[in-house]
Design a protein around this ligand. Structure first.
Ligand code: GLU
Length: 513
């Protein structure tokens, strides 16, 4: 059946907060699968739970997907033949389907109030049992299974609140097939009668809306997180109840992203504790003002972030680690997604970013570095920005490392690192630096190679210590014991600036001793 179907997958997040990187990975795998099979990638926003709705979360989802390069073919923000794609705008669709299940005997009305349910739950707990609304009580409670037709109609007519619950069969084995987990069986007696529709807000719950929309939107494959596996028997039965089994999508439940330490699901708290983001973009909660860091703002390239995420739960079957989006598309298959959870490794994330950093051209680096330079009040050409970043890229992992690594190219030191000062700003070194100033002043071609040749010849001729001279020069030009080769710096800042910095040091810092 579904093998032949046109591939249509959906990413169906609920706007309940910033999108966790596990959610980004779900979107990514859906996207890779769609592209691999020439299919369609749908974005549906599942916002029927008004209690958990968070303003700004939908915009955050859209922006995150865009930053990651995950393109949506159909759905929120794009439109398409099944619009609208936001469930709150589809509310009129669902009641009909809920009623259809009541009519066919697969669902029923229940009139229990929240207080009654609470009291029941407490009663069970007092007996040391767990409460489940299921076959054992549904005929004893105020439901359309226990009340007369007239009574049900009267209660609805007078405006009593009701829900429609799924009538989970008793003691039946549901057999399911998952593209990642294989064959799964569950006894229905372990499941409860989930609410499908609530009159209180005239909205369906996740389960009903999800199944109806997957059907109406002709979804062929449901690829989603493992946390939805317990819902799979209900979803199978809903397809059966609606008589849609011939068009039922195939399911693939993705393994969890685990904490760096291995045990349990990766959480924001892990990130906060160990200093890494668990969200793609910076987030500020409009309600509480609480913030969360993001990969984008922390200085990651989207390609590196995506590459890293793709390999958390999927492996290509080779040693290859670096993949462009196109290579991911060409290689992706659900068969190579693992069953077991994937442990998140913050250092590996940085490693991926460094690999991309090292491969960037100066022009590409200029693009990411210019905004950072501007933040520091530095206005330079793209060429200059790219060159500075290019010289130091091998030592950078994140774009946010670049400023620290290159700031001396743009700002002359006026403060000098204490350790370096103590070590080199003493003895003959100030006098030697003054002499070196004279040598540099006489060099016309200030290219790296030429300056190096002349200065080295001079050092040899004088019999000075190479380390002493170069480190003293470094103190003048960088102000610290860091930076690239000295001739990269002299070429970059040029002769005038080199001399100016030497003069500043000579005039302003008293030598030790
Ligand atoms: N709205 C659900 C979520 O937020 C979607 C689950 C599914 O893909 O079926 O994860």
């Amino acid at each position: 059946m579904s093998q032949e179907r046109k591939v249509r997958v959906r990413f169906a997040p609920s706007p309940t907060g910033p999108l966790h990187i596990g959610g980004v990975r779900t979107a990514l795998y859906n996207y890779l699968f769609a592209r691999r099979h020439g299919g369609t990638m749908i974005l549906r926003i599942e916002d029927t739970d008004s209690q958990r709705f968070v303003p700004g979360a939908e915009e955050y989802i859209l922006e995150s997907l865009k930053w990651c390069g995950i393109e949506i073919d159909e759905g929120v923000g794009v439109g398409g033949p099944h619009a609208p794609y936001r469930q709150s705008e589809r509310r009129d669709i669902y009641l009909k389907y809920a009623k259809q299940l009541v009519e066919s005997g697969w669902a029923y009305y229940a009139f229990d109030t929240a207080e009654e349910l609470d009291a029941l739950r407490k009663e069970y707990e007092a007996r040391g049992e767990t409460f489940a609304y299921n076959y054992s009580i549904r005929e004893k409670q105020p439901t359309s299974l226990s009340l007369s037709k007239e009574e049900v109609a009267a209660r609805i007519a007078r405006g009593d609140q009701w829900v429609i619950r799924f009538k989970m069969p008793e003691n039946e084995i549901v057999e399911m097939d998952d593209l990642i987990r294989g064959h799964v069986e569950v006894n229905t007696s372990t499941l409860d009668d989930k609410v499908l529709y609530k009159s209180a807000d005239a909205l369906p719950t996740y389960h009903l809306a999800n199944i109806v929309d997957d059907r109406l939107m002709e979804v062929s494959h449901v690829i989603r997180g493992e946390e939805w596996l317990p819902s799979l028997p209900l979803h199978y039965l809903l397809y059966r109840a609606f008589g849609w089994t011939d068009l039922q999508p195939r399911f693939a439940h993705l393994p969890l992203l685990l904490k760096p330490t291995g045990g349990g699901k990766l959480s924001k708290r892990d990130g906060d504790k160990m200093g890494f983001p668990v969200f793609p973009l910076f987030w500020k909660s409009p309600a509480t003002g609480e913030t969360a860091r993001g990969y984008r703002e922390d200085g990651y390239f989207p390609e590196a972030f995506i590459n890293m995420l793709a390999l958390l739960g999927w492996n290509p079957g080779t040693e290859q680690e670096l993949f462009t989006m196109q290579e991911l598309i060409d290689n992706f298959s659900l068969e190579r997604v693992s069953k077991s959870g994937a442990r998140f490794q913050p250092d590996k994330a940085k490693w991926f970013n460094a690999q991309y950093m090292h491969r960037k051209t100066d022009a590409e680096l200029a693009e990411v570095y210019q905004p950072i330079l501007r933040e520091h009040g530095i206005e330079v050409s793209d060429e200059v920005a790219g060159k500075a970043a290019g010289i130091m890229k091998e030592r950078a992992q994140l774009t946010t490392d670049l400023w620290d690594l290159t700031s001396y190219f743009f700002i002359a030191p006026t403060q000098y690192e204490e350790k370096q000062t103590r070590k080199y700003w003493k003895g003959d070194n100030p006098a030697i630096l003054r002499e070196l100033r004279g040598v540099l002043e006489g060099i016309d071609d200030f290219s790296k190679e030429n300056t190096e040749r002349i200065v080295h010849a001079w050092i040899e001729e004088k019999g000075y210590g190479m380390g002493q001279v170069m480190n003293t020069l470094r103190l003048a030009l960088v102000g610290a014991g860091k930076g690239p080769g000295m001739y990269d710096v002299t070429e970059f800042i040029g002769r005038e600036e080199t001399l100016r910095r030497i003069d500043y040091l000579l005039d302003n810092l008293k030598p030790a001793e």
